[in-house]
Design a protein. Structure first.
Length: 397
């Protein structure tokens, strides 16, 4: 089923593990690697469960499909509250604003804690007003909604609302407090708290270029890296667990296993006792690090056996001691050589540059003049990759 109906299969898996945030995060990472987009929860579009969605293309065929996040999977919400939300949605069509929502949903089931979780998850984003405004105005919206519901139950209908055929909710966002939006780190932290992953953006995206330059592989490329003696991969530490080794010279010693998440997915990293003793201070939740190690293919998905853990701020010093450039003999022109020299001269430093020219008879290696030693900062790496090609540029310790 996974091969023929991947969207339906992954939606079913996500729904089955809806109460297990760690499993949801793992399956969403798998969706990313499969090219399946998981859409954020939406108060007007989401159901109880994770839902496969397809749109009709102009040629009549369906698109590749996406998965909509289920409301009951938002931490702190629950199925009973979602059932009340969906029942109210069937009555009113679509919720027009936070106030409209509170006027029509049973607020005993969808209580303040539930609504706070939905706001943090971004489920109300399309109703007007920012998340910080909605959170600040939530009590007022709930009081207004509860009052209107009480009037309806008592048979006291709003005469003008009836005559006009209903209320105009298009300006309800102006009823929300005028407060500044949440800073991005706070908003992302709330998303991670209630969803287990980031929706609006990923903190790693701010460091994408650095991770790309200093990593030799990303998580989606590990299966094809078999045979490589050592890799470097950068990302964020998202889950850490500690075990005791059972065999070997370090039997009974503490080791660590953690999940490293990059922009392409995630990989499990193992730190044996010796490595943990040396780099345990770098092993912190949500830290952005680089892992140097070798790949272990004994499981279905490869993991990394770490030999070194490097902080983001230390990566240039630790991984950029040398610059290696590879060129095909047919691509070596006076113009290209002049451009390489020019870039080196504009970024003078202590890291030597080594050039390998590939010929029909093999590779010819040469070290550039000492006067062309460089400081391989991001600008240098960016320019050199543009000239020689990403696959022909490498930093080495």
């Amino acid at each position: 089923m996974k091969a023929h109906y991947p969207v339906e299969f992954m939606a079913a898996l996500l729904t089955y593990e809806m109460d297990n945030t760690d499993k949801i995060v793992d399956y969403i990472a798998e969706c990313v690697q499969m090219g399946i987009e998981v859409l954020a929860p939406d108060i007007n579009e989401s159901g109880v469960d994770f839902t496969p969605l397809y749109e009709q293309r102009e040629d009549g065929e369906k698109n590749a499909g996406v998965i909509r996040f289920g409301l009951a999977a938002v931490k702190g919400v629950g199925e009973k509250a979602v059932e009340q939300i969906i029942a109210a949605r069937k009555e009113v069509g679509r919720f027009q604003s936070l106030f409209h929502f509170c006027e029509n949903v049973d607020l005993r089931a969808a209580n303040k804690q539930v609504l706070e979780a939905l706001i943090k998850a971004g489920a109300f984003d399309k109703l007007g007003g920012g998340r910080a405004q909605m959170m600040a105005g939530l009590e007022r919206a709930m009081e207004s909604g509860a009052g209107l519901q009480a009037d309806k139950q008592a048979g006291q209908m709003n005469f003008f609302g009836q005559m006009a055929g209903g209320n105009d909710y298009s300006k309800d966002h102006k009823r929300l407090p005028n407060v500044p939006p949440w800073p991005e780190p706070k908003m992302l932290a709330y998303e991670k708290e209630v969803l287990g992953f980031y929706v609006t953006s990923n903190p790693l995206s701010h460091h994408a270029e650095t991770i790309n330059i200093y990593s030799t592989r990303n998580s989606s490329q590990l299966a094809e890296a078999n045979g490589e003696k050592q890799i470097v991969i950068g990302g964020m530490i998202t889950k850490i667990r500690y075990n005791l080794t059972k065999t070997g010279r370090n039997a009974g010693s503490k080791m660590a296993v953690f999940t490293l998440e990059d922009l392409q997915g995630q990989v499990e990293v193992v730190m044996f006792p010796d490595v943990l003793n040396e780099y345990g201070g770098v092993l912190l939740q949500d830290a952005i690090v680089f892992v140097k190690g070798k790949l272990d293919y004994r499981r279905e998905r490869p993991n990394v056996l770490a030999s070194e853990l490097i902080r983001l701020e230390d990566v240039r010093e630790k991984l950029a001691a040398k610059v290696r450039i590879g060129l095909n003999a047919g691509d070596v022109t006076k113009e290209k050589v002049a451009m390489i020299k020019s870039i080196c001269r504009h970024h003078r430093g202590k890291s030597p540059v080594y050039v390998a020219v590939r010929t029909n008879k093999g590779r010819v290696y040469a070290a550039a003049d000492k006067e062309l030693s460089v400081n391989p900062d991001l600008e240098f790496c960016r320019k050199m990759r543009q000239v020689v090609g990403e696959e022909n540029f490498q930093l080495a310790k």
